[in-house]
Design a binder for this molecule. Sequence first.
Ligand SMILES: [Zn+2]
Length: 294
Amino acid sequence: MGGVGQGVVAVDYPGRGAAPQRHLADLRIGPGCGEVEVGGCQGAGKFMGRDELTREAVRDWVGDFEVGKGRAYADGPAVSGGVRAGDILRASVKGTRHRPYRVTVRLASGTVAGAECSCPVGYNGRCKHVAAVLLGYTEEPARFVDLPDCDANLRGRSREELVALVKQLIRRAPELEPLLAAPIPGFPGTSPPTPDVYCRQAREVIRGVNPHNDWAEVEIAQGLTEILHTAAEFSAVADDLAAGAVYQGVADAVSEAGLGRGRLGVVFAAIPEPHRAALAQRMGLGEPPPAPPF
Ligand SMILES: [Zn+2]
């Protein structure tokens, strides 16, 4: 498969005009709890008198085609973990890869004001996963738990409660347990992090992607970018040693995967800067490898 890096930005959505990209970027909406900041919209009073979303509004946002594709996802078990925080909906949607995609939607007065999905074509928020979440919410809002302020919820708990909560989370998602061995940026541990923690994480990302999937390289890049985000968090607290360990670990895993120059180019094209250049340097590549032309 060639040129997926360019394909991501060139995907055309006929009949819907040029959709603005990254509608939610200015809201600083991250992948999960603790990274949502929607000024003035988090008060409990917001839930009183909310404008309900109609099917017409869903169709207006994603279009009939995606509503059709999202239908099977909405009716089955694919949509899970629905949360509503003020005007924001979040949920996970199980797609073709082993990890679910993350969908975030912003509502405004009974319409969809913005959306984003972590799938390879979800950057404009109009994919089938967004459609599934919107259909699920429209038809059964009780599937979404009201959680007005995730940060405040966590801050209000005692240390013992938080320990119990983390244990509960690991029971439900045991694949996350290795995170306990990794230091948290801003909270220096007794020993500095070593690359192998992040190398293991990156290996799991690469192994977890079906190489026959059309978007395999983009999905690898997305998974690696999530890990590399930790390097940025370390850099933000001036822990360059730890940031270097993250880059080195990911670089080691990518090197040993032997993706070949063409596939590697597509992976690199889908990794944002400054991670792309830093990773290439750690892999001893000099320049990031170019994505092959279409
Ligand atoms: Zn999607």
